[in-house]
Design a protein around this ligand. Structure first.
Ligand code: 3PG
Length: 212
């Protein structure tokens, strides 16, 4: 799949809701009720980070939840891409971009949101055809003000910023022309998951959905 096609699909997924939950799943038993709660609250696109031993199994389970569009985050290597695709991920997210990673996404037909922070990184990805990119870590890298400035000379690229974003500052990003959605873990707090308080997560998702 070409970078342009990947970005076209990534834009569709990022357009489903203002927030893509970034999920760190420690217990496979949480996967299904968590996905159900987030979808019920109005957030269909879900990013499962490949940072825990059960992450790929979680993607398999969550991919079955009706209404959900499940992707894999923290993709670092071609092996991650292959495993994510095999688990049923519909999209991939990476904190950065390496040629090996980009080649793997093309080979395995996984729409990727590659990560970029500097103008040169954004331009290098744009040259390849990636017009939708992740901006990470967003708050630490200059936040909404930085992205607004970047949008003046490089309006062709739209972003999904993640890192340090919450209900408090999400609107700063969502008001910008070059932002499709934001990513964040705040909609799936660890304590709520441990307590099995899925109703609380439905509420957090609904609040996030109402951001736009
Ligand atoms: C991540 O990959 O960890 C995301 O950017 C989530 O960051 P957050 O926990 O600050 O929302």
């Amino acid at each position: 799949m070409t970078p342009a096609e990947q970005s076209r699909l990534a834009a569709e997924i990022c357009g489903l809701a203002p927030v893509v939950p970034v999920l760190v799943i420690d217990d496979i038993a949480h996967a299904r009720p968590l996905a159900q709660a987030l979808v019920q609250g109005g957030l269909p696109a879900l990013e499962v980070t490949l940072r825990t031993p059960c992450a790929l199994d979680a993607i398999r389970v969550m991919a079955e939840v009706e209404g959900g569009v499940v992707g894999a985050g923290t993709l670092l290597t071609p092996a991650d891409v292959k495993a994510a695709k095999a688990a049923g991920a519909k999209f991939g997210v990476s904190p950065g971009a390496t040629q090996r990673l980009l080649d793997a996404c093309a080979e395995y037909d996984l729409p990727l949101l590659p990560g970029a922070v500097t103008a040169s990184e954004v331009m290098a990805l744009l040259e390849m055809g990636y017009t939708v990119q992740k901006f990470f870590p967003a708050e630490q890298s200059g936040g909404a003000a930085f992205l607004k400035s970047l949008g003046a000379p490089i309006p062709q690229v739209s972003f999904c910023p993640t890192g340090g974003i919450s209900l408090k500052n999400a609107r700063d990003y969502l008001g910008l022309k070059n932002i499709l959605c934001v990513g964040g873990s705040w909609v799936a707090p660890k304590d709520a998951m441990l307590a099995g308080d899925w109703a609380a997560i439905v509420t957090l998702a609904a609040e996030a959905r109402a951001l736009r």
